[in-house]
Write a protein of this length. Structure first.
Length: 171
């Protein structure tokens, strides 16, 4: 008799478990609301110093692109301090992101168009997570600069990069 009771209880327990499994599987999952069309992923990206620029940029800067359009004013100097002849405003593409790890951690800034390219790696990073403002300071660091029809040069650059989701910073 005890054996029949155990079998009945086991069968009832299995049926109840099956009911829980089925109801859990068929239960409606919460649906995420669609993204707000007014919500933006734009950032304010500002350069001051040897590189100058300020713009609201959308979708910057995953490793595989897109590389947003940006207008940069270059005031690069030769090692002796003379202003390089290619100084001035240029329209081009921008890439900025963390670079390296550990003791070699820095930031990379790349800017290019059909006539020139520029790259600086390094800087001192201050990422204030509370205010959501990233500041990178380059102070007299060697950069790589090239023209499409000339030899590369390695000017020393000093500039500050500010990257923030607070778009009022660009106004």
């Amino acid at each position: 008799m005890k054996s029949k009771t155990h079998k009945t209880l086991a069968l009832v327990a299995m049926l109840i478990s099956l009911v829980f499994v089925v109801t859990n599987v068929t239960a409606k999952k919460p649906v995420k609301p669609p993204p707000d069309p007014d919500q933006t992923t734009a950032e304010c990206i500002v350069f001051t110093g040897d590189l100058e620029g300020m713009a609201e940029v959308e979708g910057c800067c995953p490793n595989a692109g897109p590389f947003p359009a940006y207008t940069m004013n270059l005031d690069l100097k030769y090692e002796g301090g003379a202003t390089a002849y290619y100084g001035g405003p240029y329209d081009g593409k921008l890439f900025i992101n963390n670079y390296g790890v550990g003791r070699n951690h820095g930031y990379i800034v790349q800017f290019w168009n059909d006539d020139l390219c520029f790259e600086a790696i390094g800087g001192v990073i201050d990422n204030d997570k509370k205010s959501k403002v990233l500041t990178v300071s380059f102070n007299g660091e060697e950069a790589y600069f090239c023209e499409t029809d000339g030899d590369p040069i390695f000017p020393l650059v000093s500039f500050e990069l500010v990257r923030t989701s607070d778009l009022t910073y660009c106004q």
